[in-house]
Ligand binder design. Structure first.
Ligand SMILES: [Zn+2]
Length: 128
C-alpha cells in the first residue's frame, strides 16, 4: 500500500494500529499494511467499525493471502470480539470483489497464484 494511505490509517486509528511501532520479534504489524492500495477504503471502513465497537482491539497483521484480505487482531473485550470477527469476515469477503490495485470492482483471477483485480489492472499485469 502507498505510504501516504498507510500513514492515514495509522494516524486516524493510532490505537488500533499501535503495534506498528513494536519490533518484528513481537508483531507482524511492523511490516505495515501488506496489501495493494485498492483496498485502502475497505480497510479504512473496517478499522473505523472496529474502533467504534471496541477501542481495545489491536491489529496484529494486515495482508493479502490467496487474493483476499487477511486482518488479524488481538485483545478486545469479551462481549464484543464475536462482533469484531463478523466485521472482519465481512471485509475479507468483500475484498474478493474489489481490485487490490485500484479499488474498482474486481474478481479473483489466476491459477495457483491468485489475485483480485479488475479487468484493466489484470491486463496491465499481463499474466495470462
Ligand atoms: Zn484495478
Amino acid at each position: 500500500m502507498k505510504k501516504e494511505l498507510q500513514d492515514k490509517l495509522f494516524k486516524d486509528f493510532s490505537k488500533l494500529y499501535r503495534q506498528r511501532k513494536l519490533p518484528m520479534t513481537q508483531t507482524c504489524m511492523c511490516w505495515g499494511i501488506e496489501t495493494g492500495s485498492g483496498w485502502f477504503q475497505l480497510i479504512y471502513d473496517l478499522s473505523k467499525a472496529i474502533v467504534k465497537l471496541d477501542d481495545t482491539v489491536e491489529a496484529v497483521q494486515v495482508k493479502e493471502k490467496f487474493g483476499g484480505l487477511r486482518f488479524y487482531v488481538s485483545g478486545g473485550k469479551e462481549e464484543t470480539w464475536r462482533k469484531a470477527e463478523e466485521l472482519i469476515d465481512e471485509a475479507e469477503d468483500k475484498s474478493l470483489h474489489v481490485c487490490e490495485e485500484c479499488g474498482e470492482p474486481g474478481r479473483l483471477r489466476g491459477v495457483g497464484w491468485v489475485v483480485t483485480l479488475c479487468d484493466k489492472c489484470w491486463d496491465i499485469r499481463g499474466i495470462k
